[in-house]
Ligand binder design. Structure first.
Ligand code: CP
Length: 312
């Protein structure tokens, strides 16, 4: 099976079959990263532009590593090093990148919809590496891969996503993705951090964290996205942490062998304690490892590869 899509812009536009294709392909890619020589010639001659208009550690580095492991040529530009600081528009930037004939553009931007705009203006495939509070599809894919590896299936599993739901592209993409794959998603956060239109996420919503984590198979914690908040949405960090911080005591309310997830970056001592972040149920660093495999799979599939193709 091939992925018959030009772009990966959000989870909403992926079918269950397409998500399974990406996750199955990523499982095959994982082995390449475990070899002594972590490189295959599959995408030799392909050009990938990493256009990051917002800070990133995990997403940017893992896309770059993914490109290099498949032998594609990758080039990175950031907000401060692009001519957008001189007033060039996003569309003009897109057209100029297009003129250099890249095969794939990965884009992160602070404005929701920026990746869609780029995709409309270039022939290259565009992968959304996170746009404002809108979507982070590759994060959701690597999260689903990580959960599926541990649980076998997502069907019927309870996932509690806790924190600043309103400003989190990860919350939206994961709620939509996990629901699509048959999981029961519960979102919890203070009322000021629950967005309008949350009913479109396909999830239950509560303000009570203890209720959300009860009997959960997965607890996914989110940081407070101060950079996207216009007003004060909570009184003090201490109070926020008391009601919405994940402690060992709260973990005990969940299922035995619950999976603790976090997309990163973590604010230790705020939404998650050190003991939980580094504890036996945490798969936070496995999520990061799977991020490389998912991004390799997307590059491969967008370049026309198939699930059963030979990557060498
Ligand atoms: N999870 C995530 O998007 O992390 P970065 O902001 O470091 O890329």
């Amino acid at each position: 099976m091939q992925l018959k899509k030009k772009d990966i812009l959000d989870i909403e536009s992926l079918s269950v079959e397409e998500i399974n294709l990406i996750l199955d392909t990523a499982e095959g890619m994982k082995e390449i990263s475990e070899r002594p020589i972590k490189k295959v010639p599959t995408l030799r001659g392909k050009t990938i532009v990493l256009f990051f208009h917002e800070p990133s550690t995990r997403t940017k580095v893992s896309f770059d590593i993914a490109a290099k492991r498949l032998s594609a040529d990758s080039i990175s530009i950031s907000a401060s090093s692009s001519s957008m600081v001189k007033g060039e528009t996003l569309i003009d930037t897109a057209k100029n990148l297009e003129a250099m004939n890249p095969d794939i553009i990965v884009m992160r931007h602070s404005e929701g919809g920026a990746a869609q705009l780029m995709a409309k203006n270039v022939r290259a495939s565009v992968i959304n590496g996170g746009d404002g509070r809108h979507a982070h599809p590759t994060q959701a894919l690597l999260d689903m891969m990580s959960a599926r590896q541990k649980l076998g299936t997502l069907q019927g599993k309870k996932i509690a996503i806790i924190g600043d739901i309103a400003h989190s592209r990860v919350a939206r993409s994961n709620a939509v993705g996990f629901s699509k794959m048959g999981a029961n998603v519960v979102l919890a956060g203070p009322p000021t951090m629950i967005p309008k239109g949350v009913e479109t996420y396909g999830a239950d919503v509560t303000w009570d964290m203890d209720e959300a984590v009860s009997d959960a198979d997965i607890i996914m914690m989110l940081r407070i996205q101060k950079e996207r908040q216009e007003n004060f949405l909570f009184s003090t960090v201490r109070e926020y942490s008391r009601y919405y911080g994940l402690t060992e005591k709260r973990v005990k309310r969940a299922k035995k062998d619950v999976l603790i997830m976090h997309p990163g970056p973590m604010n230790r001592g705020v939404e998650i304690s050190d003991e939980v972040a580094d504890g036996p149920y945490s798969i936070i660093l496995e999520q990061v490892t799977n991020g490389v495999a998912v991004r390799m799979a997307l590059f491969y599939l967008l370049a026309g590869g198939s699930r059963d193709g030979d990557t060498d």
